[in-house]
Write a protein that binds this ligand. Structure first.
Ligand code: A2P
Length: 297
């Protein structure tokens, strides 16, 4: 199985990353991950832990160019004039001159300094994208992408005359919400998907690790259920972002196995044969009267 995918820029993105969303002990988790061989750290400004992540990267002694660092632009900073200061804040906190990948965290823009949706900038993300393209040319970001975009929202963005197409789309992807249509469409359109909550969201992890077909494959191959699921993601062709602050699990999650085709197909069929359950959806929380994942914009 591939240890990297090549993006349109020619950069090689490592397939397995440590997810670093807001939790304690993230610095120690990053240190452990780098020690066991991870070279890809997925973070975001909104997680409020970029200084801690940056310190752990620095103190690993691993050259910056050998580590892939992703961050994400928060909703309050989509206005073109707010983007570079937001990026600079992230770069300062991470203590790095550049990001390997910068994502638009959500396809939703807030009005400055509020949690109120800016309908105009949400409906038309192109001004935000065009500014990100400029920051690529300025050398502060090597690749740009999106997160939590469905097909309709990607098309809405890419209908514009883009200089750089989105390189990746980071979405909730797991046994309970495997999004086969989005995966297929992304493959056909040269867009790499990145799986967040790859074992399911927190409350689903236990259940995911006990799904009969997952346990069955685990026993047959002598690998753990988490390794079955992470290996399934890689065989589907996505980047996978398992999140853990436990050293043994961080190590466990980094071992990817090439599932035999018949077992992979069984797991894929099982995952896509039940109604999907999406957990992460802030539409209501943000006061929207529509669902941001609705394919009818
Ligand atoms: P922990 O961090 O205690 O090791 P999230 O919903 O924030 O993505 O959380 C992922 C959850 O999955 C965390 O509770 C994490 O626990 C847990 N987890 C990560 N890897 C494994 C694993 N290999 N086995 C069991 N649980 C895991």
């Amino acid at each position: 199985l591939p240890s990297h995918y090549t993006l349109p820029s020619g950069d090689k993105i490592p397939t397995v990353a440590l997810g670093t969303a807001a939790r304690g002990e993230v610095g120690a988790a990053v240190s452990s991950a780098l020690k066991v061989g991870y070279r890809h750290i997925d973070g975001a400004w909104a997680y409020g832990n970029e200084a801690e992540v940056g310190q752990a990267v620095k103190s690993s002694g691993i050259p910056r160019e050998d580590i892939w660092i992703t961050s994400k632009l928060w909703n309050t900073f989509h206005a073109p004039e707010d983007i570079e200061p937001a990026l600079d804040d992230t770069l300062t906190k991470l203590d790095t001159p550049y990001l390997d990948l910068y994502l638009i965290h959500w396809p939703v823009a807030f009005k400055k300094n509020t949690n109120e949706v800016d309908e105009e900038l949400t409906a038309n993300p192109y001004p935000t994208w065009a500014k990100l393209e400029e920051l690529v040319d300025k050398g502060k970001i090597r690749n740009i992408g999106i997160s939590n975009f469905n097909i309709a929202r990607i098309k809405n963005l890419t209908a514009n005359p883009l200089k750089y197409k989105p390189a990746v789309n980071q979405v909730e992807l797991n046994y309970f919400n495997p999004q086969p249509e989005l995966l297929q469409w992304s493959k056909e359109n040269g867009l790499i998907l990145e799986a967040y909550s790859p074992l399911g969201s927190t409350k689903q992890v236990k259940e995911a690790l006990n799904v009969p077909i997952v346990l069955n494959i685990s026993h047959r191959l002598g690998i753990t259920p988490a390794q079955v699921l992470i290996s399934w993601h890689v065989k589907r062709g996505t980047v996978v972002l398992p999140k853990s602050v436990t050293t043994s699990r961080i190590e466990e999650n980094f071992a990817v196995f090439d599932l035999p085709d018949d077992l992979f197909t069984k797991l894929e069929t099982a995952a896509t044969s039940h109604p999907p359950q999406r957990v992460v959806n802030p539409s209501q929380g943000w006061g929207l009267d529509y669902d941001i994942f609705d394919e009818n914009l």
